[in-house]
Design a protein around this ligand. Structure first.
Ligand SMILES: *[C@@H]1O[C@H](CO)[C@@H](O)[C@H](O)[C@H]1NC(C)=O
Ligand SMILES: *[C@@H]1O[C@H](CO)[C@@H](O)[C@H](O)[C@H]1NC(C)=O
Ligand SMILES: *[C@@H]1O[C@H](CO)[C@@H](O)[C@H](O)[C@H]1NC(C)=O
Ligand SMILES: *[C@@H]1O[C@H](CO)[C@@H](O)[C@H](O)[C@H]1NC(C)=O
Ligand SMILES: *[C@@H]1O[C@H](CO)[C@@H](O)[C@H](O)[C@H]1NC(C)=O
Length: 346
């Protein structure tokens, strides 16, 4: 009896110790990553680059896995979908252009910043966001297309929260179509995003920290049970008439946005990008993290540096109110090499 009690006590002690060590190891990793980002901020700010770094509260509770879970573009793996490449006429383009200013009074989606949470769904965000804008710009209806619907139902797009391909998303919009939907918790449309924003503040008790990676939810062919949208799923599908890529050419990209509205683009993310605050981003320091898709809305010149204006899906608390500028004309981080879009049909 005495022997057994001893073994049980030892077992309990060991389990407690193991749990404690695992927890401390996780905390240590988090603190170390936060420290690394702090060093990167110092390095960028003292580098006399065209941009300034700072603490984006989004990453305070994050570890490297949580950060990497945000990179959802499959680089180096082919989707098998080849879109026609278009090179639009590029005469008379202005020095500066912003689709939000051009069409934003009629089309409120242009001003929206979404939040992908810790799911590698950026490929679906860049597509749903830019296609919502284009739907309004071309057809005059200020709607929101559902990231959730694209993320969960497009099998040919890749692996859901584990990453996907922007060109496949555009193809899906033309061949299958998307229902309406907006941010987490918004039941005004058919299918809302089901992942809550992850913690952007150290003290947040409401949201979980940005760690790990969430599993892709199932594809459901009906509107959310709590949706107040009066149009049923089958009648709520919006489709495109043509999906296409844009030539890897600064002027062709500008001409496309100027004529038809925002597009989806992808870039390679390095660690310094996480700390972006203001100015024109160009890679300064840090390791490569993965591929990321975003929405390009315009261009301009800041202190002599040409830039693209881009809306991210990392919440409005990240970067410059959720947006960033990146060096234009140099294919910085591959930003000009995989631009895709589509035109809406209905
Ligand atoms: C980096 O530069 C920005 C803008 O000048 C400033 O707000 C921030 O405090 C700086 N941070 C560090 C760690 O140098
Ligand atoms: C900082 O950069 C600007 C423009 O890029 C340049 O004119 C200036 O000489 C640089 N200053 C230092 C100290 O390197
Ligand atoms: C951004 O995060 C905050 C919490 O920090 C949240 O209240 C807000 O809804 C998020 N924005 C979006 C677009 O999800
Ligand atoms: C849902 O989003 C739409 C814009 O898409 C907005 O007009 C509406 O007020 C939002 N509703 C709620 C309940 O947040
Ligand atoms: C609304 O319904 C969806 C599924 O239909 C669910 O995921 C979500 O949590 C619900 N939201 C609220 C606020 O009840």
């Amino acid at each position: 009896m005495k022997h057994q009690a001893l073994i049980i006590t030892a077992g309990i002690l060991l389990a407690t110790l193991t749990g404690f060590v695992a927890f401390e190891a996780f905390r240590y990793k988090q603190e170390k990553y936060h420290d690394k980002l702090k060093q990167i901020i110092q390095k960028v700010n003292s580098s006399n680059s065209t941009w300034k770094a700072g603490e984006n509260t989004k990453w305070i509770n994050s570890d490297i896995a949580g950060v990497k879970a945000h990179m959802g573009v499959k680089l180096g793996q082919e989707s098998g979908i080849k879109l026609e490449t278009v090179s639009a006429q590029a005469n008379g383009l202005p020095e500066e252009f912003d689709a939000r200013v051009q069409w934003g009074d009629k089309c409120s989606s242009l001003w929206e910043v979404r939040d992908q949470s810790t799911c590698g769904s950026c490929w679906a965000f860049g597509a749903a966001e830019s296609l919502s804008d284009r739907h309004c710009i071309h057809l005059g209806q200020d709607i929101r297309l559902s990231t959730q619907n694209l993320l969960t139902c497009c099998a040919a797009c890749g692996d859901g929260c584990d990453g996907g391909w922007p060109e496949a998303a555009m193809d899906y919009y033309v061949n299958t179509g998307l229902v309406t939907g907006d941010l987490y918790g918004n039941n005004s449309w058919c299918q809302a995003y089901t992942f809550a924003p992850c913690a952007h503040h150290v003290t947040s008790d409401i949201y979980p920290p940005c760690t790990g990676e969430l599993p892709t939810p199932p594809c459901i062919n009906s509107c959310d049970s709590n949706s107040t949208h009066t149009i049923p799923y089958s009648k709520d599908i919006h489709r495109g008439s043509k999906a296409y890529g844009i030539a890897k050419d600064e002027k062709a990209i500008m001409a496309e946005i100027y004529k038809n509205g925002p597009i989806e683009v992808a870039l390679t993310v390095y660690e310094d990008f996480l700390t972006y605050k203001t100015g024109v981003y160009q890679h300064v320091t840090g390791d490569e993290l993965g591929g990321h898709a975003v929405k390009m809305v315009g261009w301009g010149v800041e202190n002599g540096t040409p830039y693209w204006t881009i809306v991210n899906s990392w919440n409005e608390s990240w970067g410059d109110k959720g947006t960033f500028k990146i060096l234009r004309g140099k294919n910085e981080c591959g930003i000009e090499s995989s631009c895709v879009t589509a035109l809406p049909a209905y």
